[in-house]
Design a protein around this ligand. Structure first.
Ligand code: PFF
Length: 455
C-alpha cells in the first residue's frame, strides 16, 4: 500500500483487544487517584466543566491524530514521524514524548507502589477501626518512610518490565481484556455505598455544581493537563498503540469509545469519592493522599469491606499496571526499533533509568529529599507539573498541527477511512477539530497561563 510503512509488526488480535489496550493505558491512577485530587484542589465542579470541554474538543481530536500517525508510520513515535516526514525535525515531537514517558513513569511508579502497600494493608486488616484522621496519619507515615514506598515501587517497576518483555499480544492484551470491566463493577459498588451515606449530597454538589468564581488560569491549565494525562495523550503512547492496530479498525470510533470510557470512569471515581469526603469531613483539597484516606474510610463503613478493599486495591494496581506498561512500551519500542537492540535489553536499560528517577521522586515526597526544591517544586512536583501540564499539551499541539497541515490530506483521509472503505461521515468534523479547534484551544490555555491573554 502506498504511503504506509511496510513493517510487519505484532498486532492486537481483536477489535475489542485494541479498545481494551488503549483504554487500559488511559484508565489508571489518572482517573482514580489524580482526577479526584486535582478536582478537589481546583474548586470542584468548575474544574469538571473545563475538563469535559477539553476531553471533547481537544482530547478526542488529539487521540485520532495519534492513532493516524501510528498506524500510518507503523513504528514507535520517533520512527513514525521520521517515516512520514523524513529529514524534517518533526521526529523531535516523538523525542519529547519519550522524555515525558520517563518522567511520568518516575512519579507514577511511586503511586503505583502505594497501591501495593494498600493492598497489603487490606489483607492485614490494617484499616480496621480507624477514623479518617487516623487513616490520614497512616498515609503520611507511610509515604514519609524512607524504605517502604521504595520497596513497593521497585516491585511495581519489575512487574511492568516483565510484562513488556513478554511482548504486545501475550502481555498487554491478555490482561486488560478481563480486568478492566471488573474494576468498573467494583467502583459502582463504591458509588452505591458513598452516595447513600448521610450528608452525601454536599459532595455531589461539590462535584457537579460549578462555582465559576473558582476559575483561574491554574485551574484551566490543570484541567487541560488532566485531560491529556488521563487519556494518555501528547507523548506518543497512542501513536505506539496505533501502530499495532489492524488496518480494518475504525480509528475515529475507537478514539471516541476510549475517551468516553475513560471519562466515565473518572466521573464514577469522583462520585465514589466526594460524597464520602463530605460525609466524613475529609478535606477535599488535601492532595495526593485523598483517595488513600477516603476509600479505606468507605470500606470501613461497608459490610464486606475487608473483602472489597482487597479486591479494589488489586484492581487499582492492575489499572496502574496497564498504564505503566503503555508508558514503558513507548520507550522500549523506540530503543528496540531505532537502535536494533532486543526488547528485553531495551526494557531492562530503560526501567533502570526510570527506577533511579522514580526513587528520587519518592524520596522527595516526604523522605530525605523533602526540602530539596527547584522553582518552588520538589522533584516529584516538578516532574508531575512539567510532564502532565506542559509537555503533554505541547506534544498534543504539535501532533494536531502535524496531522492537520503537514502529513498530507490524502494520507490522513486514507488512514481515517481505511482507504475509502469506511463512510466516516464525521470526517470533516474530525479534520476541523484537528486543524483548528484543538491547536487554538491549547494555545489559548498556554497564553492565558503566561498572562499574555486574560479571559
Ligand atoms: N492515562 C494514565 C492514567 O490515567 O492513569 C496515565 C498515563 C499513561 C499517562 C500513559 C500518559 C501515558 F502515556
Amino acid at each position: 500500500m502506498a504511503g504506509v510503512s511496510p513493517n510487519k509488526r505484532d498486532n492486537f488480535g481483536s477489535k475489542f483487544g485494541v479498545i481494551a489496550a488503549a483504554a487500559g493505558s488511559a484508565v489508571g491512577l489518572g482517573n482514580i487517584w489524580k482526577f479526584p485530587y486535582e478536582l478537589g484542589n481546583n474548586g470542584g465542579g468548575a474544574f469538571l466543566v473545563f475538563y469535559l470541554i477539553f476531553v471533547a474538543m481537544i482530547g478526542i481530536p488529539v487521540m485520532i491524530a495519534e492513532f493516524t500517525i501510528g498506524r500510518n508510520g507503523q513504528k514507535n513515535p520517533i520512527g513514525s514521524f521520521k517515516f512520514i516526514k523524513p529529514g524534517k525535525p518533526w521526529f523531535l515531537v516523538g523525542v519529547m514524548g519519550v522524555g515525558a514517558a520517563f518522567m511520568i513513569f518516575a512519579f507514577y511508579g511511586s503511586v503505583a507502589g502505594w497501591t501495593l502497600e494498600y493492598l497489603f494493608q487490606s489483607f492485614k486488616g490494617g484499616f480496621e477501626g480507624k477514623n479518617p484522621d487516623e487513616l490520614n496519619s497512616m498515609f503520611t507515615t507511610f509515604v514519609e518512610d524512607p524504605i517502604r514506598p521504595i520497596v513497593w515501587q521497585v516491585l511495581f517497576v519489575i512487574l511492568t518490565t516483565s510484562v513488556v518483555i513478554a511482548g504486545v499480544k501475550n502481555g498487554i492484551e491478555k490482561y486488560t481484556k478481563i480486568l478492566m470491566p471488573v474494576l468498573v463493577v467494583i467502583i459502582l459498588i463504591l458509588v452505591v455505598r458513598s452516595v447513600t451515606l448521610p450528608g452525601a449530597g454536599e459532595g455531589l454538589k461539590f462535584l457537579f455544581k460549578p462555582d465559576f468564581s473558582k476559575i483561574n488560569a491554574t485551574v484551566i491549565l490543570s484541567a487541560l493537563g488532566q485531560a491529556f494525562f488521563s487519556l494518555s495523550l501528547g507523548m506518543g503512547t497512542i501513536i505506539t498503540y496505533g501502530s499495532y492496530i489492524n488496518r480494518n479498525n475504525n480509528l475515529g470510533t475507537t478514539a471516541i469509545q476510549v475517551s468516553i470510557a475513560d471519562t466515565l470512569i473518572a466521573i464514577l471515581a469522583g462520585v465514589a469519592i466526594f460524597p464520602a469526603v463530605f460525609a466524613f469531613g475529609i478535606n477535599p483539597s488535601q492532595g495526593e493522599g485523598l483517595i488513600f484516606v477516603t476509600i479505606p474510610t468507605i470500606f470501613e463503613q461497608m459490610p464486606g469491606g475487608y473483602f472489597f478493599s482487597i479486591l479494589f486495591f488489586i484492581l487499582l494496581a492492575v489499572a496502574a499496571l496497564t498504564s505503566t506498561i503503555s508508558l514503558l512500551e513507548v520507550i522500549v519500542s523506540y530503543f528496540s526499533e531505532e537502535y536494533k537492540i532486543s526488547r528485553k535489553k531495551a526494557a531492562l536499560i530503560s526501567s533502570s533509568i526510570i527506577l533511579v528517577l522514580g526513587i528520587l521522586c519518592t524520596m522527595s515526597n516526604g523522605g530525605v529529599l523533602k526540602d530539596f526544591k527547584i522553582f518552588g517544586y520538589n522533584i516529584w512536583g516538578l516532574l508531575e507539573f512539567t510532564s502532565a501540564d506542559i509537555l503533554l499539551p505541547l506534544g498534543g499541539f504539535f501532533i494536531v498541527i502535524f496531522v492537520g497541515f503537514f502529513m498530507g490530506k490524502k494520507r490522513v483521509t486514507d488512514e481515517l477511512t481505511n482507504n475509502g472503505t469506511l463512510k466516516a461521515k464525521l470526517l470533516p468534523v474530525a479534520l476541523f477539530l484537528i486543524r483548528f479547534v484543538a491547536p487554538v484551544g491549547i494555545a489559548l490555555v498556554f497564553l492565558n497561563v503566561i498572562g499574555l491573554l486574560k479571559f
